[in-house]
Ligand binder design. Structure first.
Ligand code: L14
Length: 347
C-alpha cells in the first residue's frame, strides 16, 4: 500500500488459528501499522509473538486496551466480541469482527469485498466478516448472480478441521496417529467444542458443524443461508445448505448447485469466473484439473472448477468451490476490508 498515514491496529485472539494468519498478512502485505497490540484472553496473555522481527507480548484484552486503536480485528470467539467490540467502538476503533456475534444485526454490515464493499463504508463502528463457508461461496457466485440472476442455491460443504481452531487441528493429527497405531481413537473437540459428546474425526465424515437449531438444520447451515441473503441483499434467493466436517486439516470444499434466472451457456459462466476478482478458475477435466484443498492452502483466492450444466435442468449449474478457510474465509477477508477502507480514505 502506498499511502503515508499509519494506523494503530489491535488483533484480538492473536494466538489463535485465525489471529496468527492476520498477523502474517499484516506483515507480508506491509499493512501501514503504526502501533500493533496483540490481545487475547487471560489464558494466552504473556505469550510472545514476532511481528516484522520484533517481539510483541500478548496482553489480556480489556476495554482500555482499545484506547487509541484505529482498527480492531476480533477473532477470539463470539463471547469476547460481545463483551469488547462495543468498548472498542466507543474508543473510536473500527471493529472488523470474525465471529457470529453481530453478523445478522441490522446496523452491522456483513461484507465480502468482491461482493458488497460499499456496505462497509456505512458501518457504525462494527463490520462483520461472514462465516468462512459463506464467504467463498458468495465470492464465486456473485459474478453469476450479477449476470444471470440466481433463483436458488443448494450447497453441501466438506469443511476442514482448522475452522474449529488450533486445538481441533492437533486433535485430528493425534487421532490419526492413534488410529494408525491401532490404539483407541477418542475425539476431544469435534463436532462442537462446547458440547459433551464427541465423535471420531480421523477416517470419518461428520454431518454436524455447530449446534442444531429447532428446524433440523445446524447453526453453521443457517449461517450460510441467512448470511448469503444478507450479503446479496436479496431475501428472495432460495438457499439451503448441508455442512459436513471432513478429516482435512485446512481448506474448505463445497459442492454448489445453482439455478439461475436467465439462460446461460457454460462457456459464458467459465469466462465470467475466469475474469472475476479474487476467483481463480481451475477447470481442466481432461488433465484432471480441479481445485483441491491441499493446493488452496496458503492462497488468498477462491478456486472454482467442475463447472457444468445440470443434465435435467437447463438453468441448473454445478460447481466445486475451494478456498483456504483461515485466509479468504477469515483473516484475509478481514484484512482486505481494512485495506480497502484505507485506500478509500486516501482518495
Ligand atoms: O465463524 O469450523 O461462525 O467449527 C464457527 C464454526 C467458523 C468455523 C464461524 C468451525 C465459525 C467454525
Amino acid at each position: 500500500m502506498t499511502n503515508q498515514r499509519t494506523y494503530n491496529v489491535a488483533v484480538v485472539g492473536a494466538t489463535g488459528a485465525v489471529g496468527t494468519q492476520i498477523l502474517r498478512l499484516l506483515e507480508e502485505r506491509n499493512f501501514p501499522v503504526n502501533q500493533l497490540k496483540l490481545l487475547s484472553s487471560a489464558r494466552s496473555a504473556g505469550a510472545k509473538l514476532t511481528f516484522k522481527g520484533q517481539e510483541v507480548t500478548v496482553q489480556e484484552a480489556t476495554p482500555e486496551s482499545f484506547e487509541g486503536v484505529d482498527f480492531a480485528l476480533f477473532s477470539a470467539g463470539g463471547s469476547v466480541s460481545k463483551l469488547l467490540a462495543k468498548e472498542a467502538v466507543q474508543r473510536g476503533a473500527v471493529v472488523i469482527d470474525n465471529t457470529n456475534a453481530f453478523r445478522m444485526a441490522q446496523d452491522v454490515p456483513l461484507v465480502v469485498p468482491e461482493v458488497n464493499m460499499d456496505k462497509a463504508f456505512e458501518n457504525q463502528g462494527i463490520i462483520a466478516n461472514p462465516n468462512c463457508s459463506t464467504i467463498q461461496m458468495v465470492a464465486a457466485l456473485n459474478p453469476i448472480r450479477e449476470k444471470f440472476g440466481i433463483d436458488r442455491i443448494i450447497v453441501s460443504t466438506y469443511q476442514a478441521v482448522s475452522g474449529a481452531g488450533a486445538r481441533a487441528i492437533n486433535d485430528l493429527v493425534n487421532q490419526t496417529k492413534s488410529a494408525l497405531a491401532g490404539e483407541e481413537v477418542r475425539g476431544e473437540i469435534l463436532p462442537v467444542g462446547s458440547l459433551p459428546k464427541k465423535h471420531q474425526m480421523a477416517f470419518n465424515v461428520v454431518p454436524q458443524i455447530d449446534v442444531f437449531q429447532d428446524n433440523g438444520f445446524t447453526l453453521e447451515e443457517m449461517k450460510m443461508i441467512n448470511e448469503t441473503k444478507k450479503i446479496f441483499g436479496d431475501d428472495t434467493v432460495k438457499v439451503s445448505a448441508t455442512c459436513v466436517r471432513v478429516p482435512v486439516l485446512n481448506g474448505h470444499s463445497e459442492s454448489v448447485y445453482v439455478e439461475t434466472k436467465e439462460d446461460f451457456t457454460i462457456e459464458e459462466v467459465k469466462e465470467l469466473l475466469a475474469q472475476a476478482p479474487g476467483v481463480t478458475l481451475v477447470d481442466v477435466p481432461e488433465e484432471q484439473g480441479y481445485p483441491l484443498a491441499t493446493d488452496s492452502t496458503g492462497k488468498l483466492d477462491v478456486f472454482v472448477g467442475r463447472v457444468r450444466k445440470d443434465v435435467s435442468e437447463p438453468r441448473g449449474l454445478h460447481m466445486w468451490i475451494v478456498s483456504d478457510n483461515l485466509l479468504k474465509g477469515a483473516a484475509w477477508n478481514a484484512v482486505q476490508i481494512a485495506e480497502q477502507m484505507i485506500l478509500k480514505s486516501d482518495e
